[in-house]
Ligand binder design. Structure first.
Ligand SMILES: [Zn+2]
Length: 336
């Protein structure tokens, strides 16, 4: 009984701390004008502005293939019936295509080219409860790539700033987290443009990378991202952590199986010639706990764990050239 009430007190305290962390706060930033409403897909209120028109008109649309947006069924899933099995649009959601069919588009970043190396990435932040998780990464001297949702940056700007201060790489993960191949050209452009704008406003950097929510990208969407000089980043190890209970339907043990499988692969030489890129999420306390639980085992299974830019030997991951990140060789020398 005494233990029970002690436990309940602990849980209550933890819940209170999380709740306190997530109380909206005011900042000198103004997200009311010049941005879409948070968690809404940009529409005419943005498209009709001189700012957006100028961005739209700066793009050479002749390089963007004329591909019809896909549709969602009544359950909210992408409709692929009727789509040709030859996958003419390199539609990732159809068959995980990462090599565009349209000439001139670069392949997606889907793995870490460095042997026995894991590219570490977390989607859907910044999360208002991420301090404990970021402290953990810091204590392990571990940098990662954070794919930030524009609406979350506007809601939690100080949490966003911490990611850059801690040395993580920042990339775009769209404004409202929709299936991007279902959107019009204007919407796709706005989802990317306003996320990058809010990141620049809050953190002072302009990312050159983005990740499509659910991996949903095709050559039309890739071409629009490429016009903004952004690489399209996916993954080749999916932890499926976002589907974990209670937010999703998979058990914690099921997620453990995925992580365990990745570690076995790393140990049996699967990544001896080229490494891996893992998808995890800064989505909720469960995914952040799972990330911390498996980090030591991943660390002992792979030779190196590095951010995505470091995998690619990209030392200037932002349009601003005064931000320099270590090369792969510099990173592993500094952390080992
Ligand atoms: Zn996401």
């Amino acid at each position: 009984m005494a233990f029970n009430s002690f436990f309940i007190t602990l849980v209550t305290l933890a819940t209170a701390v999380i709740a306190q962390q997530c109380v909206p706060y005011s900042t000198p930033f103004d997200f009311k004008s010049g941005y879409p409403t948070v968690w809404t897909t940009p529409g005419d209120e943005c498209f009709n502005t001189d700012e957006f028109k100028s961005v739209y008109n700066s793009i050479d649309w002749s390089k963007v293939p004329d591909i019809k947006p896909h549709e969602l069924d009544s359950d909210g899933n992408l409709v692929s019936s009727g789509y040709p099995s030859s996958d003419p649009d390199c539609w990732w959601s159809y068959n995980m295509c990462v090599t565009p069919k349209v000439p001139g588009l670069k392949p997606d970043i889907s793995y870490c080219p460095e042997p026995n190396t894991l590219g570490l990435s977390y989607d859907d932040g910044p999360n208002c409860t991420h301090n404990e998780f970021y402290d953990f990464l810091k204590a392990n001297n571990q940098k990662a790539t954070m794919y930030f949702i524009g609406s979350n940056v506007a809601d939690w700007p100080y949490e966003a700033q911490r990611a850059l201060t801690d040395g993580h790489q920042i990339c775009v993960h769209t404004w409202s987290h929709r299936y991007m191949t279902t959107l019009t050209n204007q919407q796709v452009l706005a989802e990317l443009y306003y996320t990058r704008k809010v990141i620049k406003y809050v953190m002072g950097v302009t990312p050159l990378c983005w990740r499509p929510p659910y991996g949903d990208v095709d050559d039309r969407v890739r071409a629009i991202a490429a016009a903004l000089n952004m690489s399209t980043d996916v993954w080749n190890l999916d932890s499926n952590d976002w589907q974990m209970q209670p937010a999703g339907e998979l058990t914690s043990a099921k997620i453990d199986q995925y992580f365990s499988g990745f570690c076995s692969k790393a140990k049996n030489g699967t990544f001896a010639n080229s490494g891996a890129l893992i998808l995890e999420h800064e989505l909720n306390s469960e995914t952040m706990s799972k990330a911390q639980q498996w980090y030591p085992t991943l660390k002992s299974s792979f030779e190196y764990i590095v951010p995505v830019a470091t995998c690619m030997n990209i030392t200037q991951p932002y349009a601003e050239t005064n931000y320099t990140y270590p090369s792969f060789a510099q990173y592993i020398n500094a952390t080992n």
